[in-house]
Design a protein around this ligand. Structure first.
Ligand code: XMP
Length: 472
């Protein structure tokens, strides 16, 4: 561990109880290094348990918002914070006895010890500073990282671009690289960074699966090939995807069909290039956290279509993942630094399976075109109202429910279309957006008037959890 030149360690939360069989332990090197340590939730409990204190099952679980009251210890962890502030709790066990040499730094109504420390090196907090519901949590993390550990906030997109280009050149040498472009910000930034580093050793492949938004394939080609000058192979495959989706209504089967077809088309395109050595992917740090990887051996589910990680073994491509340790906001800063157009950099996320998981029931060309038209109206009205950048995602969902309407003097019988708009930091949780009534009215009015087959429009007011952002 010495070679990592660590400045400090943060022990995260987790679902275990310190007394459970196989509960994660703090490795002994953490204590031997004599560097600052911050335990969060389970991390605090593990510290207490291993350093000679006592953790017991709480009388009742503490879940949700609580008010934290600081003891007047002058701890550097709480520097610059008021004496009481709101925190987010989520725990069953609690600290009953402090380890020798530790004192309590703060309490809540349900936790007599909600924060503890040994003075200036080892700290533990029972609440979660990393979630939005602890509004001052970032200050606590900054205090630990910058003041206590002595790290410098010297990350800039410019530094990152320079360092990444050197690393990519070193890794790739004179090898050939392929990159799947989706039109989204992650793959776009990856491709442009690679192109800066290795020029024409990179070929991008864009698979048009026919499940994209209105004019999206044309836009991707124009931006990447014509404007940015990236070598681009374009695979026009809507018919193949539609054929695979015929009769499929189960969301998971849709995802599987689309994922497998994507791999087939991608493989065929890649084989035209002759020998290829590397596959570039826009993997971000949240993907690394959610997947099994050398950094994370927990067996969490791997997102099905996020990357082309499902490529067959026989392709034997080594991975180039320059954004592996970045979050979305950092990727966007790097995109701007690289001169990517703002509409790509600030594009709302769009799922790999595309509109197929926003059409409830069977995906047909007719229904895709209907949804594309509705989706375009949502985008247009949201943009006109200057709301696009405020929303994490905003889109239309085509239901398979038909209802009766009246237009002119005639009876109509068409589909219900839903508007979905959410705010979020990271898509793990999301809130339905309080869109102004005028915007909802304009969208609804246009959908029923401009899109044949739509007779009714509803607004989805479900947050995540318990809903998900996408309907399928
Ligand atoms: P949910 O619907 O699970 O979505 O709340 C969370 C975020 O992930 C996107 N999403 C996907 N992205 N492949 C992707 O690349 C997928 O299969 C997929 N499913 C959902 C969704 O749009 C939202 O941003």
């Amino acid at each position: 561990m010495q070679r990592l030149n660590l400045r400090g360690v943060i022990l995260s939360g987790g679902p275990a109880s310190v007394y459970a069989a196989g509960a994660p332990q703090v490795p002994s090197w953490v204590f031997e290094q004599r560097i600052p340590v911050l335990g969060i939730c389970y991390g605090l409990q593990a510290l207490v348990h291993q350093l000679g204190g006592k953790v017991v099952p709480g009388q009742k679980q503490e879940y949700g918002s609580a008010v934290l009251h600081e003891n007047a210890t002058g701890s550097p962890l709480f520097k610059g914070l008021p004496s009481s502030f709101q925190v987010w709790m989520s725990h069953g066990d609690r600290v009953e006895e402090l380890p020798p040499g530790f004192s309590s730094l703060a309490y809540t109504d349900n936790s007599p010890v909600a924060a503890l420390g040994d003075g200036d090196r080892i700290f533990g907090i029972q609440f979660h500073p990393e979630v939005q519901h602890t509004p001052l949590g970032t200050t606590i993390l900054e205090n630990f990282i910058f003041s206590i550990c002595g790290c410098q906030p010297d990350w800039t997109p410019g530094n990152f671009v320079g360092i990444s280009i050197d690393r990519i050149r070193h890794q790739v040498g004179d090898g050939k690289v392929i990159c799947a472009l989706s039109g989204g910000v992650d793959s776009a930034v990856t491709a442009v960074l690679l192109h800066r580093a290795i020029g024409d050793q990179l070929t991008c492949i864009f698979v048009n699966n026919g499940l994209m938004r209105l004019e999206e394939p044309e836009r991707v080609q124009a931006t990447f090939h014509e404007t940015l000058g990236l070598p681009l192979l374009y695979a026009d495959a809507p018919d193949r995807f539609l054929a695979g989706l015929k009769g499929v209504i189960d969301p998971e089967v849709k995802r599987k069909v689309i994922g497998e077809e994507f791999i087939r088309v991608f493989e065929e395109e890649a084989s035209r290039l002759g020998k290829t050595d590397f596959l570039a992917q826009g993997t971000l740090y949240p993907d690394v956290i959610e997947s099994e990887s050398p950094e994370n051996r927990s067996s969490a589910r791997i997102k099905t279509h996020h990357n082309v990680g499902g490529l067959p073994d026989h392709m034997k491509l080594k991975l180039v993942e320059p954004l592996r340790y970045l979050f979305k906001d950092e990727v966007r800063e790097v995109g701007l630094e690289l001169g990517l157009p703002r509409d790509i950099v600030f594009r709302q996320p769009f799922p790999g399976p595309g509109l197929a998981i926003r059409i409830i029931g069977e995906v047909t060309l007719e229904r895709l075109d209907m949804l594309r038209a509705c989706d375009w109206i949502v985008l247009d009205e949201i943009t006109k109202a200057n709301l696009y950048d405020e929303l994490w995602q905003s889109f239309a969902v085509l239901s398979d429910t038909r209802t009766v309407g009246v237009m002119g003097d005639f009876r109509t019988y068409g589909y219900v279309c839903a508007i979905r708009a959410v705010t979020s930091q990271d898509a793990m949780t999301a809130d339905w957006a309080r869109l102004p009534y005028e915007v909802l009215a304009a969208i609804s009015n246009r959908m029923v008037n401009e899109v044949p087959g739509i007779t009714r429009v509803v607004y989805d007011i479900t947050s995540k959890p318990p809903g998900t952002i996408e309907w399928e």
